[in-house]
Structure formats: C-alpha cells, structure tokens
Design a protein around this ligand. Sequence first.
Ligand code: FES
Length: 212
Amino acid sequence: MGDETVIGPGGGEDPVNEGRRRFLTASTLVVGAVGAGITAIPFIKSWNPSARARLAGAPVTVDISALEEGQRLIAEWRGQPIWIVKRSKAILEALPTLDSQLKDPESSNVDQQPAYVLEANPELRSIKSDISVLVGLCTHLGCSPEMVAEIRPAPFDANWKGGYFCPCHKSKFDMAGRVYDGVPAPTNLLVPPHHYADDDTIVIGVDPQGAA
Ligand code: FES
C-alpha cells in the first residue's frame, strides 16, 4: 500500500517508500528523455537493423507517411546519408527546363542510378514522380551538399530552380540530383537501389521485385 500512495494525488503528504520514490523519479527521467528524442526528429520513423548489419549493407526501411512537400527525410544506409525528398509540382515542372544547363540531363551514365528509376521519366530519376531518393554525397570529393529547394535567385545562381549546392567547391545539382555543367562534380548524384513495400514505405538497398 505504501508504494501506491507515492503516485496518488496526496503527493508528498502521503507516506512514502523512499526506494519507490527514487525508482519513480528515475523512470520519469527516462520517459522524458525518450520523449525529447521523438520531438527532435518529429517525422522520421525508421526501424533499422543493428549497426553491424547496417555496415554489411542490410536494407533500411523508412516510413514516409508524414513527409510533406518540400521536406527532406535523411536516412542512413551503408554509412551514407540517403535523402528522401518530396518535390512540389513547380519543382517537377522546372526540371525539364534545365536540361541545356546540365552535364548528363538524361542520366545516360548507367553507374549513377538503377535503370528502373529512368523508366517513367529520365529527367525525374525516381520511381514515383514526386519522391526523389538520392545518396547525399557530392560526386566530386564527397562533401554533403546543401538543399536549396526554393525556386528563387540564389547567391550562387540568379536563375536558381531549386536543387543542391555543394559549398566545398561550388558544384550544383538540380532537384533530381543532375549535375550542372561547368562545375567540378563529374556526374549526377547517385540513386541507391530501393523499392516501395507499400505506398508509404521505402526499402533502401533492395531493388523492386523483378527489376533487371
Ligand atoms: S566536394 Fe562537392 S564540389 Fe567538391
């Protein structure tokens, strides 16, 4: 009965078992810490295998149900950042207008993406038109570019149509990860193997069933 009085409305005025009080205080702190962790990463829900399995290249499953237009979700696969971005209609319409400014607008370099992401539209480089999945490392020397997703003049490009800017040596990529001409990065950003387990679940590291 003494333990029950600790959590009752009587608070400190009730008889208290000191051991129980310490346990409850510790429990509250743990719950608070977990809650803070969830708040810090509000919409990323992924359930990953152990670190050792991940290093060996195990697939990573990511829930994108809460991903909103213009947002990026960052997962980790094989020690690399994987960007999952939901692109707006305006961004999708801007992509074909950039072709003349790009090194490889049709993604003809077969090493940079699986063939199935080019089937619907090579300019989008994605299975679903709005969802882009990229390895977030610059193809020059491996810095992680910044996402500058808004269509508006940028300090590095007065006609910026949204994309990624690498501050290390000023390489630019569009919102499909296609590299601009005249920058140090030699190729488009990598698209990792991936598929949709259902509408809201992407599995990074595994091709769609039956993909060549
Ligand atoms: S590492 Fe990105 S431009 Fe050099």
